[in-house]
Design a protein around this ligand. Structure first.
Ligand code: N9Y
Ligand code: NI
Length: 183
């Protein structure tokens, strides 16, 4: 079972590497790991389990965060329209995106960052993601707003990019042009 001790923190160089593509079909071990990542998210959102094991609630997790430099992510959340997303994805790729941007009014955090870093994180408001799921099916997901933000945060981790890299250094709360707030 993945717990907070398995999650690497921002001083770990693995978070700044470009993760390697997974050779398909994924190995038994890779599939098992991806399932465990999804289970972490579900556990972390269950108050009883989260408090019992001291889990920080998360809606997404990328393999580098558990010390594995492989292109695998898990997401488990409902968007603001109540749409449920629960996926373990292999080699996710953003194949197209809007010009328009969006940002969470709360800013962002990260399970690998044990401090609050204030500021808006501008991201594309719409993206299309292609990936392979745990069963080996090719997926094409059209995502917008909160869902688009979560997936971009996770795919960034596969490219060694952290949420704070996107915050405007001069004015962290500057409203990016051609963008809209979420939440
Ligand atoms: O790479 C992945 N991560 O670092 C886990 C992050 C991913 C999200 C951050 C912004 C977009 C994706 C994460 O989930 N969080 N960030 C740190 C603490 C809070 C937590 C969170 O937003 N929790 C949450 C939100 C809504 C409902 C339930 N729980
Ligand atoms: Ni993160």
């Amino acid at each position: 079972m993945i717990t907070m001790k398995d999650i690497v923190r921002e001083d770990n160089p693995i978070l700044y590497k470009v993760a390697k593509e997974v050779d398909l079909p994924a190995s038994k071990k890779e599939k098992e790991t991806l399932k465990e990542m999804l289970t972490y998210l579900k556990n972390s959102q269950d108050d009883a389990i989260a408090s019992k094991y001291g889990l920080r609630p998360g809606v997404g997790l990328a393999a580098p965060q558990i010390g594995l430099s492989k292109r695998m992510i898990a997401v488990h959340f409902q968007d603001l329209d109540g749409r449920q997303y629960s996926y373990g994805l292999i080699n996710p790729k953003i194949v197209s995106h809007s010009v328009e941007k969006a940002f969470l009014t709360t800013g962002e955090g990260c399970l690998s960052v044990d401090r609050d870093i204030p500021g808006y994180v501008p991201r594309y408001s719409k993206i299309t993601v292609k990936a392979t799921d745990i069963e080996g099916n090719e997926l094409k997901l059209r995502l917008k707003d909160y869902a688009a933000i979560v997936f971009q945060h996770e795919i960034d981790h596969l490219n060694g990019v952290m949420f704070f890299d996107h915050i405007n250094k001069q004015d962290p709360f500057a409203i990016p042009e051609n963008s809209h707030p979420i939440g």
